[in-house]
Design a binder for this molecule. Sequence first.
Ligand code: WTA
Length: 635
Amino acid sequence: MSNYHIKHLEEYYQVYRKSVREPENFWEEVAGEHFLWRKKWNNVLSWDFSKPEIKWFEGAQLNITENCIDRHLTTRADQTAILFEPNDPSEKAEHITYKQLYHRVNKMANVLKSKGVQKGDRVCIYVPMIPELAIAVLACARIGAVHSVVFAGFSSTALATRINDCDCKMVITSDGSYRGAKTIDLKGIVDDALESCPGVETVLVAKRINNEVTMKDGRDEWLEPLLEQASDECPAEIMKAEDPLFILYTSGSTGQPKGMVHTTAGYMVYTAYTFKNVFQYRDGDVYWCTADIGWITGHSYIVYGPLCNGATTVMFEGVPSYPDFGRFWEIVQKHQVNQFYTAPTAIRALAKQGSELVEKYDLSSLKVLGSVGEPINEEAWHWYNDNVGKKNSPIVDTWWQTETGGIMITPIPYVTPTKPTYATLPFIGIQPALMDENAEELKGNQVEGRLCIKFPWPSMARTIWGNHQRYKDTYFSAFENKYFTGDGALRDEVGYYRITGRVDDVIIVSGHNLGTAPIEDAINEHPAVSESAIVGFPHDVKGNALYGYVILKDTGETRNHDNLRKEINQIITEHIGPIAKLDKIQFTQGLPKTRSGKIMRRILRKIAHKDTSNLGDISTLLNPEVVQDIMDNAL
Ligand code: WTA
């Protein structure tokens, strides 16, 4: 079917129009011609954003791993599926073929089953970027268990919250992880977390760094001996289209992280279709996404999307700076990478090192460059385009979210003319809308507003685990009959979109979404702290960094502020993880509040941005006098 692989702009518009005019026919064709179904659907789509309830391909039966692995065995059994590049460049890369992946996933699936994991059970995967991570994800999908991958940089408290929220009965982890020159004791973190997770029955531990770990009798087991004994054939569980495939936590502006639930058929169809088009993947290409599988980018565009297309997908264990800042380029040259997908924060960190390290390597294999996670600033865009792409590889600035499951607004390389800092046009099937302050849709071009989506797409999250009301309140209540993204955007004179950033209290630091509330809660646990407020401020590498305003309790004692700052960051590290540490902490007597007691973050944000020329009307505040004091002592 020609629609599966868009080749020029006219075709894009033609297919886009069809996908909007007849969405059901369109997605039925894509789904019907490119996937393996045990049974086809009775109904392509039913939806009601007021409930909200969204169902795609109802009545269909399938297993996503048969699509990602089994069906490729006849044509590409010996092709590399996963190309594992270790942290240490002197350790050999591992090429896992589709056939080997099939056997390894089936073995893992049998191990899970032997430990009592059944269809519908939740399994927490807290594993670094080693092959076992992808294999564990696929093994869960094979037997219909719902995986909940937790990024292996999160703290024990954050891990425990996520394990308990969805009642995981098993945790898969490793003895530790490599991160550049450092090692991290992951098993120790799991042990700490499990002190408050009574529901976990089994912990399976992969060996990676040969760390000394304590194994709790009756609960913990080494994975390798179990895998050795397990059969390498495990029949795929037949799943319904709307059976949950995984839960992935993302930060909200308030409260606990939200366990976004993605289901099987729609997620598969959309991630596979977007992967093919957004990266213009051709047979034989080597594709590399530098994200961690602990984030949605890794789920959709390291594991499911690429494997569904029979691609070769690189999994990199290390960091861009080890052994030096040339590592990414060394890997591109070594594996002749064709599509390279990374985050603006990484691009900025690399750009800071100058172009020498890029020029040292042959990057001529590159055909497509991708960016994701936050707005890419103009300087970083040009550096990427000029030095990495040599002005020959289009940059796809892909806008999407954990909640959307797949890429939503993006250029299609060699099809859509790019424009720096613009995510450009909606992907096929996506109907964006910009809304004004009065919840009216802004029609026409050259408008700016809140970004919503008007019509369902197959890979949208269906609910928040255990809290459907919160799903409705967060995404479907601000604007009637529309999915609200939480982002602001503008549409230029030709209809290109530029994402301007979050309009809520989520701050994106180095591409990671951080809600202010959980960080403030953590800070407030410090015995000396009475209240706190967090805002973001611009940072040349991280995009945003965190600025905390902290009120100390009046105990009469004087405390050393530098020590307090260290202690506060220590608490944040324990509760959330090092990514949420504050760059600046200002101790203050008060926080500006409205008469109803709400902290005026707008003012704090301006002060942190050193933009105090126009603070707006502060006379209506409960305590306008604190504003001057905060400004005088700003960091
Ligand atoms: C932001 C990551 C501008 C945005 C896939 C969104 C972006 C949030 C872009 C979701 C982009 C992601 N341009 N902003 N290309 N991509 N964002 O859930 O604010 O980790 O709402 O999903 O990142 O982050 P998440």
